[in-house]
Design a protein around this ligand. Sequence first.
Ligand code: SF4
Length: 378
Amino acid sequence: MDEDDWGGISDGDILAIDLEEAYELSATTAASSTQTARKRHHSESVEKDDAKPLIKSLKTDDNSLDDKPLPPIYSLRGGYLWVSDFSKQMWCEQQLEYSLSVPVDVTIPEPKWVTKGSELHLARELEVQDYVKVTVTSSEDIFAVKVINLLIALKSILTMSAAVHREVPIFGVVNGVFILGKIDEIRLDRESFSLDIVDFKTRKTQKAPGRAQKITQSTQIMLYKRLFDDLVRGLVPRHSLTVTLQLDLDKALGESVTENIHSSHAVLHCHDKKMPLTLSLLLDEVKEAAESLPFINQLFIDYIWQEDNQSFLLEEVKYDAIWLETQMTRCLAYWKGERQCRGVDIEDAWKCHSCDYQESCQWIVQKTKELQLAREKI
Ligand code: SF4
């Protein structure tokens, strides 16, 4: 099948890292077209606020009946998490909590390395696919754009029409919590029909990162594999989409999204055009396509030097299901409100020197007091 026939949709989370959340704000971009590039759908909201009810409706939970604070997953997030939340949490949970608690009218400038990283991700994506602008009119439309981009990647792997798939949306449930993310690259080996995940990391110097950074990166890429493999197992999280994101899976998708799906024959292989298109139908297609695919074989981190945008080191991460489960259980205990937020341990106090919240960090205050008390007892 001709790749260009697939059409494409992409949404605003293309720029990675912190910009993952941008899909809720449905930013717009139009990319230049090339004849060989695949297309991705990109959502544009008719009214910007249309995209927000996903969060709004969940954050307005009334907790006035008891004094118990809402767990962070509700007070800081909309009842669901992003893969990048876990990698940041593995660096410093307290830092992540501060960053999510910053009032909306306070802007913390984006570090230069984040901007560089975002530009690189966009450039890499545009090497293999284009953008198609889609107008979204509901939360269901916004999530449908994500599902369509995933579906395009899955079907293109199945037909082996392309070996490299970038910025692939992924979602699933881990320990009862709905998680969203975006995989930098899924690489298909056409001879063995095996799949690898590659995560791009930009570096200021041509040196591998230290142990602490590698742990955050390993968490992220292992979680991508876990979510992808769960789809291959047929675990499509319909219940979470209905309950957590409050999406109506049977609601007819908007005109623009529907038109784009119909014009890209590969998204749905047989559909009566007189019948309304729904998220439920798209999820059926995801399940069917994913179940025909193999599990992810290998995981790689591709380190790219900022100066020339060239890769200087490709490192394999060995998947360790038990290690990942342990980390997820520990991280989720915080999100579910089962334990207090923690800052870094004393041996990682060097992280505080470059932290934006160093001067007002309560964790440091508490640890300093504990240290003084311990000294006084000696
Ligand atoms: S100052 Fe240290 S403990 Fe506090 S948030 Fe920053 S990195 Fe974490």
